[in-house]
Design a protein. Structure first.
Length: 334
């Protein structure tokens, strides 16, 4: 709880008379994770190459109810595989303003935190108006300290550590000094952070968010970034995922029934083209991520080649799918 008190004290001290207190009996904020499509056609294209870096962008999203104003958030996100993406020349810790994105489209996929208005009103630079970086996350740590964001940043906020950078962790708390007067007042849904990960990545997010209602609403959350390409849910990405991959192409509901350990949102780990959907177009990327771990067996190559031959005729997946799902169910029953 010391960490929570620290965050409140820091935010209120910075806010002055911004009027961030109110009360109600009910929590009015919910937190979720969504995946965002990536275009690697401009800007930092080499760093975001779909078939060599396997990038995935996720937004931490808040939905608030009537009368609420999101005020602060915290993230402790640790990757046990892969790394967070930082733009090679325009890396920053907060959401870039539209003028920056217009000059380099890849900056929109930098790993950053933001406010509900996405920086509306900022006249120059990269920083959303009113956003304050307070330090490290307050969950589950018990004392204040310097926050961590990936990549080096010129002029990084003194509340963040720019000397001991780790590209596999985001550990930060931030708030909006303009929360009470924000144009984004509930009901509304908006992002408060973007996390772009590279490689055969996997990790977790824990933290909480706060609002102006209910004596400073505090809502904890715990979310997962599933392992890229882990279709059978066994915790590895290898040739053992090919059968599950075939099943997922055929019928998503039947696939998850046959492979209950798999993460429930297939596009979170199966959309290799970054077009926002999982389909036959993702076969090439799946083959690439399997190959990145080492040479494939002759049987694996044969199975993947057979799948690639079917890409022009997606309906053909139905001819192989029923047998795959039935075989998987029989194995579970044996």
């Amino acid at each position: 709880m010391r960490g929570i008190r620290y965050v409140k004290a820091a935010l209120f001290a910075a806010a002055g008379s911004a009027g961030l207190w109110s009360s109600t009996a009910n929590a009015t904020l919910t937190v979720s994770l969504t995946r965002v499509a990536i275009s690697n056609t401009s800007g930092d294209a080499a760093a975001l190459d779909n078939n060599t870096k396997f990038p995935r962008a996720f937004d931490l999203v808040v939905t608030q109810q009537a009368g609420e104003h999101w005020t602060f958030g915290s993230i402790l996100s640790t990757l046990n595989a892969g790394s967070f993406y930082s733009h090679t020349t325009l890396n920053n810790d907060v959401q870039p303003i539209p003028a920056v994105v217009a000059g380099n489209a890849a900056t929109q996929f930098d790993t950053y935190v933001t406010t509900p208005d996405g920086g509306a009103g900022a006249s120059s630079g990269l920083n959303p108006t009113g956003l304050q970086l307070l330090g490290k996350s307050d969950y589950p740590t018990t004392s204040p300290g310097l926050g961590k964001m990936p990549g080096a940043v010129t002029g990084r906020a003194p509340s963040l550590d720019n000397a001991n950078i780790t590209n596999n962790q985001v550990d930060v708390t931030w708030g909006d000094l303009n929360a009470q007067s924000s144009a984004v007042n509930g009901p509304a849904t908006f992002k408060i952070a973007r996390l772009t990960v590279l490689g055969k990545s996997q990790g977790t997010l824990v933290g909480h968010v706060g609002g102006t209602l209910n004596n400073f609403t505090e809502v904890p959350y715990s979310l997962t970034i599933p392992l890229n390409g882990d279709f059978n849910g066994y915790g590895f990405t290898n040739g053992g995922d090919i059968t599950a991959f075939k099943s997922a192409l055929t019928n998503d509901a039947a696939y998850h029934a046959a492979f209950p350990l798999a993460f429930p949102i297939t596009s979170f780990y199966g959309d290799f083209t970054n077009d926002g959907a999982f389909n036959g177009g993702d076969i090439t990327g799946f083959k690439a991520i399997l190959s990145a771990a080492g040479p494939l067996s002759a049987d694996d190559v044969a199975q993947l080649s057979a799948l690639e031959a079917l890409v022009p005729e997606p309906a053909s997946f139905g001819l192989i799918g029923a047998g795959i799902v039935l075989a998987a169910r029989r194995r579970r029953m044996a």
